[in-house]
Design a binder for this molecule. Structure first.
Ligand code: CIR
Length: 255
């Protein structure tokens, strides 16, 4: 049930990245450290065999390195989003031509809004978060496109965290890693579940690339539990990304 990836798109953070949206109170992020961590992320994807397309910063969009939010890429199509945050609308325009080299593209249109961070792909089933960024109309537009290609989807209200994938990710072996608030959601009962300790909620944003889990550094309890899945595990320090409300999945589009 796991999707195999050969490509990733990333975008380098701009010098003004700290002007992006954030609700975290973890302090001012360092550009130097951010670039170091971002480079390590790119190198990790390459070491896992992915062809990584690296885009330049977009000075008008300080959040643009969170490329995940601009599209949903499935084996059949690239769905270009209409980002939910006004200041991020327009980021998707520069992603579309890149994805058009690999997939037919389709657009989500207003008044529908959708952020890729709300879309969790588990094989041919998609969980779509209804959040501050993704509205029902956006989710339904996406759902209709997914169904055209024989996929299924369900809407999940997101009452905690920015996006669905801030708190729920797929870690292989039919297993979801999630925060307690989502534990008993009936839609997630189709999978096994690893429920995060309260102090380790941030590790809910773990990234599965083929047979490897990339997980944020500094969450030893979660790491131990992920080890039971039998996949390779790589820890990456994403302290500066976290200060901007982002995580490991947000930094790339994988397909
Ligand atoms: C934002 O608020 O839009 C960015 N600062 C963080 C986006 C994180 N993206 C993601 O979770 N997919």
């Amino acid at each position: 049930m796991s999707n195999q990836f050969t490509h990733a798109i990333v975008r380098r953070p701009g010098e003004n990245f700290a002007q992006g949206l954030t609700t975290s109170r973890l302090g001012t992020p360092s550009y130097e450290l951010m670039i170091k961590q971002h480079n390590a992320y790119i190198e990790t994807l390459r070491a896992l065999g992915l062809d990584v397309i690296v885009l330049d910063p977009q000075p008008d969009y300080p959040d643009a390195y969170f490329v995940e939010d601009t599209a949903v890429v499935t084996p059949d199509a690239a769905i270009i989003t209409n980002p939910g945050a006004e200041t991020r609308r327009g980021e998707e325009d520069t992603i579309e031509p890149v994805l058009a080299r690999y997939r037919n593209t389709v657009r989500i249109s207003a008044p529908g809004t959708l952020d890729g961070g709300d879309v969790l792909m588990v094989g041919t089933h998609f969980f779509v978060g209804i959040s501050e960024r993704t509205n029902k109309g956006g989710a339904e537009q996406l759902g209709n496109i997914l169904e055209e290609f024989g996929n299924t989807w369900t809407a999940i209200p997101v009452e905690a965290g920015l996006h669905l994938k801030s708190s729920v990710t797929y870690v292989g072996n039919n297993t979801l890693l999630l925060i307690k608030e989502f534990e008993d959601h009936h839609e997630f009962r189709r999978c096994d579940r690893i429920v995060l300790d309260k102090a380790e909620r941030y590790a809910g944003n773990t990234l599965l690339i083929n047979d490897c889990l990339i997980t944020p550094k500094g969450f030893p309890g979660t790491r131990k539990r992920l080890e039971t899945l039998g996949l390779a595990i790589i820890e990456l320090d994403v302290s500066e990304v976290r200060k901007m409300d982002g995580g490991l999945t947000c930094l790339s589009l994988r397909f």
